[in-house]
Design a protein around this ligand. Sequence first.
Ligand SMILES: NC(=O)c1ccc[n+]([C@@H]2O[C@H](COP(=O)([O-])OP(=O)(O)OC[C@H]3O[C@@H](n4cnc5c(N)ncnc54)[C@H](OP(=O)(O)O)[C@@H]3O)[C@@H](O)[C@H]2O)c1
Length: 417
Amino acid sequence: MDKQHKIGMFGFGCVGQGLYDILEKTNFRAEVVKICVKNKSKERSLPAHFFTYDASSILDDDNINLVVELIDNADEAYQIVTTALKRGKNVVTANKKMVAEHLEELLQLQEKHGVSLLYEGAVCGCIPIIRTLEEYYDNELVFSVSGIFNGSSNYILTKVIQENMSYANALKQAQDLGFAETDPTLDVGGFDPLYKLCIVALHAYGVIAKPDEVFNYGIQSLSEHDIRFAIEKGYKLKLLASIEKINDHEVSLSVMPHFVGKGHYLYHVENEYNAAIVEAAFSSKQVFTGKGAGGHPTGSAVLSDISANRYEYKYEYRKALAKKGSGLLPLKISYGQVQEIYLRYHDEQDFKLLPFITISEKYQGTDFNYVIGTVRLSDLYKYKNELNKRNVFVANTGKKISTEQATPILNGVETLV
Ligand SMILES: NC(=O)c1ccc[n+]([C@@H]2O[C@H](COP(=O)([O-])OP(=O)(O)OC[C@H]3O[C@@H](n4cnc5c(N)ncnc54)[C@H](OP(=O)(O)O)[C@@H]3O)[C@@H](O)[C@H]2O)c1
C-alpha cells in the first residue's frame, strides 16, 4: 500500500539538509510538515515557517505520520524516538549510538505499538547493508561480516599514510567536510564503528551485543612511528569492525586498526568510503563499498528507508525471533580468539601490560619500540581502558592465527605467559 507521507523532521544539519535536498531533487511524494532544530540564532536555508524549536509540535501532531530523526545527540534522540514510537508513529533514524545502546527496548516498542523503526543510514552511509543482512542473508549461513564502518577514520588514515598530512589537519578536514561526528572521539576512538557493529550483529546473527561488551580501539594514538612502520612494510592501516561466527553457540566481535597488504579486499577503499565484507557458506565472499559519510550519501540511505516505510516495510528481526520461538539459545559473545598484534610502546611497563602468548618480532629503538605477537581477545578487552590511557598503539597484523600457532614456543624470543 502506497501512502502519503507527512514528515516531521528532527535536525537540519549535514544529513538533514542532505535529505531535504534529495527529497526536492527526486520529487519524492512526501511533505515535510515541520523541522525541529535547536539553535534559534542560526541562519536557515528554508523559510522560517518550516522550523520549530519545540519537539511536541511534531510529536503531538496527529497529522504527521513519519518522524525522521537526524540530530547529533543520542540521549535526546532516544527521548524523541521512543516518544514517537509510543505515540504510534513510524520512525526513521540515522543515529547509530542511540540505536545500538537501546536495541532491546526499541525492538519491544516496535512490537508493542505495531510501528516500524528503520535505520539503514545509521550503518555504513549509503551501503544497504542492514536490509541486505535482514533480507538477502535471511537463510544463508553467514560466517562473518567485517569492514570499514567509519568514514572519518578512513579519511584520516588515507590522508596521513598516502598524503603525508598531519593527523590534526586530516581530522580538521574530515570535520569541515561533514564526515566527522560533532564529538570526534566517537569516530577516532572506534565508538562509531562499535555501535554500527552492534547493529550489524543483530541483523546478521540475531545477537544483541551491548556496546560495552565489545573490544573497541581506535586510531587516536597513531604516531609517525606507526605510519612509518606501515609504509616500510607496504601496508595501509584500516580501522576494521568485525563479527565472526566461532561455532554454533558463539560469535566474536571486535573493532581495531588492522594492517592490510596489497592483496586485501579493503586495501583500495579510501577516504570517506566504507566497505562491508560478508562471508557466507554458499554465496562465498561479497564486498559492498560506498560512501560511508556525508549529507547526500547518508541522506540517500534515509530516503530509501522513508520510501520503504511508504510500503509498510518493517525489520522482522527473524534471526533473533527464530531463536526465541524454537527454544534455541541466542549466540553468545566469545572472547577466546587469539589475535596477532603490533604493539608500539615507549616504556617497558606498557609492554608488560598485555600477556603475550607468543612473540615473533621485537624492535627496540632510541625513540620507540614495538613488538609483534599473539594475545587473546579477552586480554585486549580486559585492558581496553588502560591501552587508551597509555602511550601505546595497537593494531592487528591481519594474520589469521590458529590455536597451534598460538602455542607459546618462540625462536629464542622471551615468552611471557
Ligand atoms: N554526518 C554524517 O556523515 C553522518 C553519517 C551517518 C550518520 N550520521 C548520523 O546522523 C545524525 C545527524 O548527524 P549530522 O552530521 O547531520 O549532525 P549535525 O550536522 O551536527 O546536525 C545536527 C542537527 O541536529 C539539531 N539538533 C541537535 N539537538 C537537537 C534537539 N534536541 N532537537 C532538535 N534538533 C536538534 C541541530 O540543530 P541546530 O541546527 O539548531 O544546531 C542540527 O540541525 C547523527 O546521529 C549522526 O550520527 C551522520
